[in-house]
Design a protein around this ligand. Structure first.
Ligand code: DX5
Ligand code: ZN
Length: 248
């Protein structure tokens, strides 16, 4: 009798079911409490807060006071995706406001490539990072009992292998950060595959996630899907979340 051996991916998704993270960038900020409830009712697994400073990315959004405001409204984990220069200066503010996961951009820890070093030059990209500097921030985040994800922009390679064992996850950007409703960049799929071949931790995807792009990303190895416009624009958000979760 021929024994059918399930593919490796089967074992991975058995232990890492697909999680959906709702980015409130597309929420109605005049009714943020109701929007958080909408996330909970739809079955999302975490709340993703896009923090932008107008320097690291060409847009300004929100700071720790919003995290502080939504913290008492939900038991869902809150992730602060820090698209800001000098994250080290603000880690405590976001952790003390109630964020459970701090996501820091790799580009904040390395020499920026020529062409994106000046104010107003985007996207920020690096080829290597200062491992010691990044490790110091990772340790500070862990010391407060929080989780840390390393985020990598589409044009930045996986340049932090030495830190993988210190991370709780990696967040792959599939758009150049700054705005929601951008088009998914399929060029990041090989990066996901490469990372999954060497890393068993959480791999999250952020940017242009929808019913068409998510299956490919999950196939490549992603197990957390962050979405703003697909979730908040869905006629039936619960169905949208269920669809994404079933991809596993
Ligand atoms: C982009 C942000 C994303 C964004 C995703 O800079 O980090 O989290 O909100 O938006 P959608 O899902 O619309 O691409
Ligand atoms: Zn984000």
């Amino acid at each position: 009798m021929r024994v059918q051996v399930p593919p490796r991916a089967f074992y991975f998704f058995m232990s890492h079911p697909i999680q959906v993270s709702a980015s409130i960038l597309c929420a109605n900020f005049a009714k943020l409490g109701d929007e958080i409830k909408r996330c909970e009712d739809a079955g999302v697994d975490m709340i993703h807060v896009d923090v932008m400073d107008g320097h690291f990315v060409p847009n300004i959004t929100i700071g720790p006071i919003i995290i502080q405001a939504i913290r008492p409204l939900t038991k869902l984990p809150i992730e602060a995706h820090l698209m800001i220069e000098h994250p080290s200066l603000y880690l405590d503010d976001y952790m003390d406001a109630g964020a459970d996961i701090i996501s820091v951009q790799a580009e904040c820890y390395g020499p920026l490539r020529p062409g994106c070093q000046e104010l107003g030059q985007y996207p920020k990209e690096v080829d290597e990072i200062d491992v010691k500097k990044a490790k110091a921030d990772i340790d500070r985040i862990h010391a407060k009992g929080k989780k840390v994800f390393m985020v990598v922009n589409p044009g930045t390679p996986l340049c932090f292998d030495a830190l993988l064992s210190n991370l709780d996850g990696v967040l792959i950007m599939s758009v150049n950060p700054g705005f929601s409703r951008q088009k998914f960049m399929p060029s990041v799929l090989p990066k996901i595959q490469k990372l999954r071949s060497i890393y068993q931790g959480d791999i999250a995807l952020d940017g242009g996630v929808n019913a068409v792009t998510a299956p490919e990303a999950v196939k490549a190895g992603v197990n957390i899907l962050a979405t703003a416009s697909y979730f908040f624009g869905a006629e039936n958000p619960q169905e949208a979340v269920q669809y994404l979760k079933r991809l596993g």
